[in-house]
Design a protein. Structure first.
Length: 226
């Protein structure tokens, strides 16, 4: 089995306008991955000017909820110290992101199976047990970027909620990096298909190299931006 050595830590904690810009694009890109697509100027008007397109109120709430969460520096440094806190943190962050979609049961684990194409995610009755088992593995990982990668995949693979799983998975990932004072991982629009394909490679073929390389590249990408 090939081992991936830790990369040098990319330390950077933005402040002021840089922190706001980072949070905006983190929310923008994370929602774009899930097909919540706005032009950048339109999304900027939503977040910073309160302009609400009347025909897409639910999509607007998704962007705003994600932005409010990732722009909160204290919230983004909170890490789970045990399995119960982990489950609570997942539910709390999901509630914040999805509060504009009451039909998606914000903050509540799914009560019916969900799937993407032909791939069926963890059954509702097995969600808590699988997350708890995954958390045991997470606790054995020490390098922040590796912890972040594992956390993202754990939440994405279990898919514990009816909707919003990808967004909350990426929030959990970047909280690991923010707590370690490392740059966050952002997946720009042109890299969306790489990210989705890499996730699918691990889910369906047990092939971890693509997602590791994809997230490591995205980490370097963000570090290179002034």
């Amino acid at each position: 089995m090939r081992r991936f050595p830790p990369e040098p830590a990319r330390l950077w904690q933005p402040t002021g306008r840089a922190a706001i810009n980072q949070a905006f694009y983190e929310a923008y890109f994370s929602n774009f991955i899930e097909d919540t697509e706005f032009a950048v100027d339109e999304a900027s008007a939503i977040v910073f000017k309160g302009v609400i397109p009347p025909n897409r109120p639910a999509d607007v709430h998704d962007v705003l909820g994600t932005f409010r969460l990732v722009s909160n520096p204290e919230e983004m440094k909170r890490l789970p110290k045990n399995a119960d806190i982990f489950l609570d943190l997942l539910r709390q962050r999901h509630r914040l992101i999805m509060e504009g979609r009451s039909e998606k049961s914000p903050g509540e684990f799914k009560d019916r199976p969900n799937q993407a194409g032909g791939f069926v995610f963890v059954a509702p009755d097995d969600v808590v047990g699988t997350l708890n088992r995954g958390f045991e593995i997470y606790q054995r990982i020490t390098e922040p970027l590796h912890r972040a990668m594992f956390m993202m995949f754990l939440v994405s693979e279990v898919h514990p909620f009816a909707d919003g799983n990808g967004r909350v998975a990426r929030v959990m990932m970047n909280a690991e990096l923010a707590a370690a004072q490392q740059v966050r991982v952002l997946i720009p629009i042109v890299y969306r298909s790489n990210y989705i394909s890499a996730l699918r490679a691990l889910s369906t073929n047990a092939w971890p190299e693509p997602i590791i390389k994809t997230l490591a590249f995205a980490h370097r990408y963000v570090a290179a931006i002034p």
